[in-house]
Design a protein around this ligand. Sequence first.
Ligand code: AMP
Length: 218
Amino acid sequence: MRLVLLGAPGAGKGTQAAFLRERNEGVHVSTGDIFRKNLKEETPLGLEAKKYMDQGALMPDELVLKMVSARLSEPDAEQGFLLDGFPRTVAQAEFLEKFLSEHGKKLDAVLLFGVDDELLVKRLSNRRTCRSCGNIFNLLAMHEHDDKVKCPSCGGELYQRDDDNEAVIRNRLKVFHDQTEPLIDFYKAKNLLKVVNAEAEDTPEMVYGRVKAALNLK
Ligand code: AMP
């Protein structure tokens, strides 16, 4: 499938992409992950990205679009992709539409994960990623409060992303409301938008059930 996962930071896009990836619905393309990988490897793109990521601001479209078109042109994206964190502006969405139509393709659906801002702040400040297997966890859901807890999947070390601190989180949410939310109407007008409820008490598995229902998957 060719899907866009749309939602504020912390809404669960990466977690749901992992479920869909497991059933081979497409490659998971997370622009944030690609920037973080570049940063770790200290490439020029990574060092440029750091300036924006540290503040929770968006990277210039020009850089993002070059990177995304290269990624979507790789053979593994031929059968399908799950876009996570892209597009984030109307200009990016217009680019994606043009890019796909030039390749004779189109999106199957856009999933919108709706979550309340205060819940997102709480979730993101408790979000941890495993250094070894890359899985994402939430200390709240694990009923853990200290950072010494190990990865439940592989025992690896858990770390907190630099941009998951409250000041940067609030800015990322503001950026989402100002620059990304217009995409809701953009995709609604194209009849592609499917709203998935992803509230506090819901487990990732419950949300995944709604994702499958929205996409008519068994
Ligand atoms: P994410 O992991 O999706 O929350 O992205 C982390 C950071 O990477 C964002 O706060 C932006 O600085 C940058 N970023 C990721 N995707 C995009 C995008 N599509 N457009 C602009 N900046 C992006």
